[in-house]
Design a protein around this ligand. Structure first.
Ligand code: FPP
Length: 241
């Protein structure tokens, strides 16, 4: 590894598709929820690793708009895991300088969970060490569709005209409007697809697919993936000489 490689900037914004909890549990002969609980513990470690790695924004895919198709037991278990996670982690997140945001459509989530999400966002609003965004009932197509609907409403109301519609204006209506685009998207568990995650925002992101199942994805492996990002040459569609 050359010096040049070592000094390359860390990704400012990392997004993670945390896949493989189910298989991790299955390998141990345990129910899928056992894997999700192990996955939740891993979230904490990876969040804690961010400041030391120079990662300012971390966005994690916790529940997709398609995940409702899972069994009622698994969906209910995941929802209760999210509530417990907020209950248990809130104090540490507040004290450790983590600003938490949630993206996704809240309409289908239960009122208690939504109230907890709102409260955590509020309680961490002054934090700035790491910006953690949790995608919950999130789908990229759903997000763009909701944004388009709101934009159409603004036009209907006469506050905008069709001439105002460009990529920048549409971006302002996305759930992620306050976030930078991800520099790097990581997916664990060996699957090489993006599953409707940050479709618009990841247009120029680098992708890293790792075989490790999410509950086994350690801070050391995270650091390795980040350093391999540092060796990439991002061109954003341009030609470098
Ligand atoms: C994908 O693994 C994982 C999920 C659908 C849930 C992600 C949730 C967590 C990591 C739990 C906690 C998160 C927070 C924010 C507290 P999978 O079930 O699709 O695994 P499989 O592909 O092996 O079946």
């Amino acid at each position: 590894m050359s010096d040049k490689t070592d000094t390359k900037a860390a990704p400012h914004h990392v997004a993670i598709i945390m896949d493989g909890n189910g298989r991790w549990a299955q390998q141990r002969g345990r129910p899928r929820l056992f894997g999700h609980h192990a996955g939740a513990r891993r979230v904490r470690q990876i969040v804690e690793a961010c400041p030391g790695q120079g990662v300012k924004y971390l966005t994690i895919f916790a529940f997709s708009t398609e995940n409702w198709k899972r069994t009622q037991t698994e969906v209910a278990g995941l929802m209760s895991l999210f509530r417990r996670y907020i209950e248990r982690e809130a104090k540490a997140l507040i004290e450790n300088g983590i600003r938490v945001r949630f993206i996704g459509d809240r309409i289908r989530l239960d009122d208690k969970l939504v109230a907890m999400m709102d409260e955590l966002e509020l309680l961490t609003a002054h934090n700035d060490l790491v910006h953690l965004t949790v995608a919950l009932n999130y789908g990229g197509r759903d997000e763009v569709t909701r944004a388009a609907k709101r934009l159409a409403f603004e036009i209907e109301q006469g506050r905008l005209t069709h001439e105002d519609v460009d990529a920048e204006t549409l971006s302002k209506f996305l759930d992620t409007h306050v976030l930078p685009d991800p520099d790097l998207v990581i997916r664990t568990s060996g699957e090489a697809r993006i599953s409707n995650f940050l479709l618009w925002q990841s247009a120029y992101s680098e992708y890293e697919f790792v075989d490790t199942l999410w509950p086994d994805f350690t801070a050391t492996e995270f650091a390795k993936v980040l350093s391999s990002y540092g060796r990439r040459n991002r061109r954003f569609g341009a030609v470098t000489v």
